[in-house]
Write a protein of this length. Structure first.
Length: 430
């Protein structure tokens, strides 16, 4: 409706201007000079190009090219592609489970979604996708690449990947699966310390996260939270705001700024009795993008959390989906994100408070697998005199069943747990 009103107002302005204001008429004429040039080129191509191409195809390709030249995220979508966009925040789809973007005309992996075929195949943030099933991605639009990579469960797609830091590309054959939009996972790390992993920000993320926090707090004293935003490519802005609001009671969470000074919108925190006040550590890495960076930036600016890991992706722009009359649509960058302190996320990302690169665990010798032996593992060991055996569950399946394995394999998570336990003491020292 707003677009229609704007068009109507513009048409009225032209009509009035041509009849009453010569300078405005001159300005209007000059604005349409480029359209005359475009129309001339369109006629030449339509009449003389070696192959027959319809005017509709030429106009569509011209629109694609115009948007593609703006930035990596603005794009044109056919009616089918526009409908496909709606499944990014709900339901499930067939594919390999990666978030991709365009960077300097190259197709780049923003983040693989955890536990998906792409994640298991070893794709990582920063990987370049050179070919899809043998077809170069050099001239593909973002939506064309998405369409080629997605497909029915059980079918295969072969990607030619150049891993970051390597010189030779590698072909990776991946069997597509059904990609569920499951955005929240949790694990008890130690008594009182809860690990929350957000894989993306969809319609139910905040609800599911708060439910897991509340369920644990009903049975145990919640002493601290490790919030994992690594390899989270983002999602819905409103969900990013409400996730951050769970840990922040007042002040600004984020604001977006359009081209004009009056195109600013603030997203403030709301004080709620259910807000989580416990110590908080947040894990980030280059796969943390967009909505993840909003949450990390807000928590950092409010001194609400300690950020650990590596600098985030730096996707700080806002895209608006605009439907067109024929069912197609465009995704247009209309604003930039800013943290509460006025920092632009775009192309800069969020720098962690404690920079710690991820270190993959050393491979185990199958004949002599690495295993930690503790007192409790010894035969006939003495029981704890206080009768407290809750930590005995660390090495067994149960509430803490996977915690020991997770901590052993993840140096960033190990540090996160140690620091979230020390935060109260560190604040007293300050």
């Amino acid at each position: 409706m707003r677009t229609a009103l704007w068009i109507a107002s513009f048409a009225l302005l032209i009509t009035v201007g041509l009849s009453q204001t010569p300078s405005l008429a001159d300005s209007t004429v000059s604005r349409f000079e480029p359209l005359k040039r475009f129309s001339r080129v369109l006629d030449i191509v339509e009449s003389h190009y070696v192959q027959n191409i319809t005017r509709k195809e030429l106009i569509t390709d011209a629109i694609k090219g115009m948007l593609q030249q703006l930035d990596p995220h603005s794009t044109y979508m056919t009616d089918d592609e526009f409908k496909d966009m709606q499944i990014n925040t709900s339901g499930e789809f067939g594919g390999i489970g990666i978030e991709i973007s365009m960077e300097n005309g190259r197709l780049i992996v923003v983040s693989p979604i955890e536990d998906t075929p792409a994640y298991k195949a070893g794709l990582k943030a920063g990987d370049l996708i050179l070919e899809v099933d043998g077809e170069t991605t050099q001239d593909m639009t973002l939506m064309q690449a998405v369409k080629r990579i997605r497909g029915p469960k059980g079918s295969k797609v072969t990607l030619t990947i150049l891993h970051e830091g390597e010189q030779q590309p590698a072909e990776v054959a991946i069997t597509r699966g059904t990609i569920p939009i499951v955005s929240v996972k949790s694990q008890v790390l130690e008594d009182g310390y809860l690990y929350i992993r957000l894989t993306r920000f969809n319609e139910n993320t905040t609800h599911d996260m708060r439910e897991k926090l509340q369920d644990y707090a009903k049975k145990h004293q919640l002493k601290g939270v490790v919030l994992d935003l690594r390899n989270n490519p983002g999602g819905l802005l409103e969900q990013a705001v409400s996730v951050a609001d769970t840990f922040i009671s007042d002040g600004l969470i984020v604001y977006i700024q359009g081209r004009d000074a009056d195109q600013r919108k603030d997203y403030p925190a709301k004080n709620d009795d259910a807000d989580v006040k416990t110590p908080l550590v947040v894990l980030i890495n280059p796969g943390s993008a967009s909505a993840s960076e909003i949450v990390a930036g807000a928590l950092q600016d409010h001194n609400r959390a300690l950020l650990i890991g590596e600098r985030t992706f730096g996707k700080g722009s806002v895209q608006t989906l605009i439907p067109l009359a024929d069912g197609s649509g465009i995704k247009l960058t209309t604003a930039l994100y800013y943290t509460p302190n006025g920092r632009s996320i775009q192309a800069e990302g969020i720098e962690p408070d404690v920079k710690v690169p991820f270190m993959a665990p050393e491979p185990m010798d199958n004949k002599n697998p690495r295993r930690f032996i503790r007192e409790r593992n010894l035969t006939r060991h003495l029981k704890n005199a206080n009768g407290d055996h809750e930590n005995d569950a660390e090495d067994e399946e149960g509430e803490n069943g996977g915690a020991a394995s997770m901590l052993e394999k993840d140096n960033q998570l190990r540090l996160g747990l140690e620091l979230v336990k020390e935060l109260p003491r560190m604040k007293k020292i300050q």
